[in-house]
Every structure is written in structure tokens, then in C-alpha cells.
Design a protein around this ligand. Structure first.
Ligand code: HEM
Length: 495
């Protein structure tokens, strides 16, 4: 007994010491909101007049090593440097500690800062652009819903159905384009969690209009009839019209649902049902237009990212037979176990396959789908001795940290086993931030990991494949040049 008490005390002392060391370390990199005499704008170059260093930035982004732009400047000026790209003075951080401060944004110094065409397409009330109380409310609602056990239980079956349906069509195809096929799976899942639509005419309509809408994401910010941006905004308007009809219909049944203590089935239910915080001034329902705008705008971060991670996982595994065979072994074991027990798969079954999770981590690290977050400083701020002046843009480069030898040995090698050593604590690691962090940590994090896990499980236990040669393009977004063509062969005995 005395021994037990003693060990608890020792443990307590240990926790206090570790906590104190962490606090002290964090304090050293904490921010100061007014510049001191010693703080300077980071070193760097503003490049040519007007275009700055944009050309080099874009040329690097097109290569197989898009972080070359950062690496070169890092070696000249250090991990935080200034540059001038895409028409803006920018401070680039490749330092995980500085990135952490920017992402945490504890004093609300930084606001999101996107290219003009993105700002136009998003609209002012989008979660991606909002700040302060309304942003916190919206983020908490969506993140809470995506994490809820109710959604997890329901969505697992939907994802399985969607994956199996898509995979079943592959058998008759001489060549399968993975990038196209994975989009079919994830679009349906996304639309279901956001607005509850299953296969229907509305879903097909949404697919067509969304494809038109998203073409304008990176384009010239010129808006009059005939321009790309104009066409995209028109497509958005058509989607909004459809969604407003759905929301109006939903509103009618809502009170009954609340009275019956019914569970929210999708993000529309969550936003419609919320009455705000009763203890303060935001005790009111969200306006209907605000809800419809946000549901459409939330498709932007969700739509392309998950299928690209799935596609790149197939690419990396095709190039790494050893990792693939370990993955097959682990997933075959689960499949056999499930076949014997006749149980349905649960969220936990998929998420507790350790090697599969390591493959997903490693793919997320190397794929760098969202390679950086862009922010603007609302006042002068000093981080780790660097001055970021008011109005300057900060680019927290997530990919530079993921591809830095200081953080990952042989960073360009796909090596899922490295995560065994790291202990898999991927959510609290400042050198691994594919989903961002802090106030804007991706609410779709767990859902994305589940979708990818289910896809990999059914893929590797249903087919073997041979991938044709293809390359990754990193600009303007991550893509496969040829959409990753593969030929497949079914594994018959287990089907
Ligand atoms: C592998 C897939 C995904 C990756 C790598 C990813 C990555 C990210 C990152 C890095 C951010 C932070 C952006 C910032 O700080 O400015 C973010 C935000 C966000 N993501 Fe994801 N995401 C993924 C999937 C999804 C999915 C499936 C959804 C579902 C709708 C989603 C919804 C969002 C939303 C709404 C935000 C904005 C959060 C806010 O600003 O409060 N994401 N995502």
C-alpha cells in the first residue's frame, strides 16, 4: 500500500516537472504582441519588383520536390525568412515551433488569408474565412458532430457501401484510374454527412455543378459574364438554390425532431437545430442563408483531399512491395476474423489496425495535400525573436516540416515503420500537422482517416494490382499526372 502511495507521489512529481519543462519551453517561444528593439523582420529577399520570387515559387511547386523553394532559402536565411510571392510580402515559416504558435493563434492575431479568387468563391461567412465568436461556434458544432459516436456508427456502413460499390465496378475495366474512382466514393460520403443526400437526382445535379464551381478556385479574380470566376459563382448559386429548398423542407420537420430528442443525421440538422449559447448574446439560431452558404463552402476542404490521399497511398504502396505485403497481411487477418465471427465492421475495427494507420500517417506526411496555411497578422507580433509586422502575410509551411531531415530520417523515403518508433501519437506532434492545428484543426480529421482505412482494407483484400508509371504534380494542387492508371486482378478465394 505504502509502495503504491509512494509511486503515485513520484508520478505526480514527474508530471509536474514534465509540465514545467514544457511550459518553460513554450514560454521561450511565446509571442509578444508589440515589437521589441531586438526583434527584426526575418532575413530574405523580395526578389524582382512586382513579381517578387513568384516564378521560382511556382517552378519549384511543379517539380517532384516542391519544398525546394523553402529549402534553398532556409539554408541562406534560416528557418523563418521573408519573401514576396503571389503579389504579397510574405514571411515563410518552416519552423515547427513558430508554426505551432501561428496555428494556435491564442491572442487572435492571425486571420486566414487566401488568394482573391478563393475569397470570392468562399464568400464572407464561410468557416474558412470567419474569425472570433461565430467561427468558434461553427467550428465547435461541426467538429463535435464529426466526432460524435452516432455519426461514426452510421457513416461506417455508408462508407463501406460506397467503397464496395465502386470497387465492384473495377473488375470489368481494363484500366482503373484511381484518382477518378476514389472521388466517386468520397463525394457521396461528403454529401451525405453534410446534407444527408443519398444516391438521387439531387446528388447527380450537385456532382455536375460542383465540378463547374471548383474550376474557379485558382483563376484570375475577374468577375463578369464569360469569365471562369463568373461561371463558378453561377454554379455555386444553382447549388445554393437546391440546398435552400432542402433546408426549408428540413425546417418543417425540425421542431418535431427536437421534441422527439431525435439525433442529428447531418451537418444541416446540426446547424439548423443549434440555438447558440443561452448565457450570452449569441443565443439565437443561425440564419438560413448562413447555413446553406457554409454547407456548400465546407465541400471545398473536404472534396479533393481524401481521394488524393487514397490515390497517393495506392501510388506509394505500388512502389513499396514490402509495405504493401505487411498491409495485406494485417487486413487479411481482420477480414478472416470478421468472416468467422459474422460481425459487422465497426469504426474501431478499421481504426485499430496499427500498420494501416502507419501507412496513412506516412502517406499524409509525404502527400502534403494542404502544404501550408496562410494567415495575415492583424498587429505587429514577435515569435521566437522574429518580427512579423502588422498586415504581413505568414505562410506556415507544413510540408517543409514533414520533409525536413531534422524531423524525419530519409524524409523522401516512404517508410510506414518509422511511426512505430514515433509511438503513433500523431495528434499532438508539432512536426506532423497534415490537418493543421489549434483553432482551425481540420474537423474532418477522423472522418478522413476512417474513409481511407475502409478504402485500403477493401482494396487490398479484394484485388491485387499493377500500377502504370505516373508522376505526382504539386501545383496548383496535388494531383497525379495520368490520374494513376492501374490494372487489377481479383483475389477470388476470399470474396
Ligand atoms: C485527408 C484529408 C484532409 C486534409 C489533409 C485536411 C486538411 C485540413 C487543414 C490543414 C485544415 C486547416 C486549414 C487552416 O488552418 O487554414 C483544414 C480545415 C478544414 N477542413 Fe480539412 N482536411 C481533410 C479533410 C476534410 C474533410 C473530409 C472535411 C469535411 C467536410 C474537412 C473540412 C474542413 C473544414 C470545414 C476546415 C476549416 C476549419 C476551420 O477553419 O475552422 N476536411 N483541413
Amino acid at each position: 500500500m505504502a509502495w503504491e502511495v509512494g509511486s503515485w507521489i513520484l508520478m505526480g512529481i514527474f508530471i509536474i516537472i514534465v509540465g514545467w519543462i514544457r511550459f518553460y519551453k513554450m514560454k521561450k517561444i511565446m509571442i509578444k504582441t508589440s515589437s521589441t528593439a531586438t526583434a527584426n523582420i526575418p532575413r530574405g529577399s523580395s526578389g524582382w519588383p512586382w513579381i517578387g520570387e513568384t516564378l521560382h515559387f511556382i517552378v519549384s511547386a511543379y517539380t517532384t520536390r516542391p519544398v525546394t523553394f523553402m529549402d534553398k532559402r532556409k539554408s541562406l536565411y534560416g528557418k523563418v525568412f521573408k519573401t514576396h510571392i503571389l503579389g504579397r510580402a510574405v514571411i515563410v515559416s518552416t519552423d515547427p515551433e513558430v508554426n505551432k504558435v501561428v496555428l494556435l493563434n491564442q491572442d487572435n492575431i492571425f486571420i486566414p488569408y487566401y488568394p482573391k479568387s478563393v475569397i470570392e468563391l468562399l464568400g464572407k461567412s464561410s468557416i474558412l474565412q470567419l474569425n472570433g465568436t461565430v467561427h468558434r461556434r461553427l467550428h465547435a458544432l461541426i467538429a463535435g458532430f464529426f466526432r460524435s459516436p452516432h455519426l461514426k456508427a452510421r457513416i461506417t456502413t455508408h462508407i463501406e457501401d460506397s467503397v464496395k460499390l465502386t470497387l465492384s465496378t473495377w473488375e470489368t475495366k481494363p484500366t482503373v484510374y484511381v484518382q477518378q474512382e476514389t472521388k466517386k466514393i468520397t463525394f457521396e460520403v461528403l454529401v451525405r454527412v453534410l446534407m444527408g443526400l443519398g444516391p438521387s437526382e439531387d446528388l447527380n445535379f450537385l456532382k455536375r455543378e460542383y465540378a463547374e464551381f471548383i474550376k474557379g478556385l485558382i483563376c484570375l479574380p475577374i468577375k463578369f459574364p464569360g469569365t471562369r470566376l463568373y461561371k463558378s459563382l453561377q454554379a455555386k448559386e444553382r447549388m445554393l438554390k437546391m440546398l435552400r429548398r432542402i433546408i426549408e423542407e428540413r425546417k418543417i420537420g425540425l421542431q418535431q425532431k427536437i421534441d422527439d430528442k431525435g439525433m442529428a443525421n447531418d451537418a444541416v440538422d446540426i446547424l439548423l437545430g443549434d440555438i447558440g449559447d443561452e448565457s450570452n448574446e449569441i443565443h439565437q439560431r443561425l440564419p438560413l442563408d448562413f447555413i446553406s452558404d457554409n454547407i456548400i463552402e465546407m465541400m471545398i476542404p473536404g472534396e479533393d483531399s481524401v481521394p488524393m490521399v487514397m490515390t497517393l497511398a495506392v501510388k506509394f504502396l505500388s512502389d513499396n512491395p514490402l509495405a504493401l505485403s505487411r498491409l495485406v497481411e494485417e487486413n487479411m487477418d481482420l477480414k478472416k476474423h470478421k468472416a468467422r465471427s459474422c460481425d459487422d465492421y465497426s469504426w474501431n475495427d478499421y481504426m485499430s489496425l496499427p500498420f494501416t494507420q502507419n501507412v496513412i500517417n506516412e502517406t499524409l506526411r509525404m502527400a502534403n495535400i494542404i502544404n501550408a496555411v496562410w494567415r495575415k497578422a492583424q498587429r505587429d507580433v514577435e515569435i521566437k525573436g522574429y518580427l512579423i509586422p502588422k498586415g504581413w502575410c505568414v505562410l506556415a509551411s507544413l510540408s517543409s516540416v514533414h520533409m525536413d531531415e531534422e524531423n524525419y530520417e530519409n524524409p523522401y523515403q516512404f517508410h510506414p515503420w518509422r511511426w512505430e518508433k514515433k509511438g503513433g501519437n500523431f495528434n499532438s506532434n508539432i512536426t506532423f500537422t497534415p490537418f493543421g492545428g489549434g483553432q482551425r484543426l481540420c474537423p474532418g480529421l477522423e472522418l478522413s482517416r476512417l474513409e481511407i482505412s475502409i478504402f485500403l482494407h477493401h482494396l487490398v483484400t479484394t484485388y491485387i494490382w499493377v500500377a502504370k508509371k505516373d508522376d505526382i504534380v504539386n501545383f496548383p494542387t496535388v494531383k497525379m499526372k495520368q490520374k494513376l492508371p492501374i490494372t487489377i486482378k481479383p483475389i477470388y478465394p476470399l470474396r
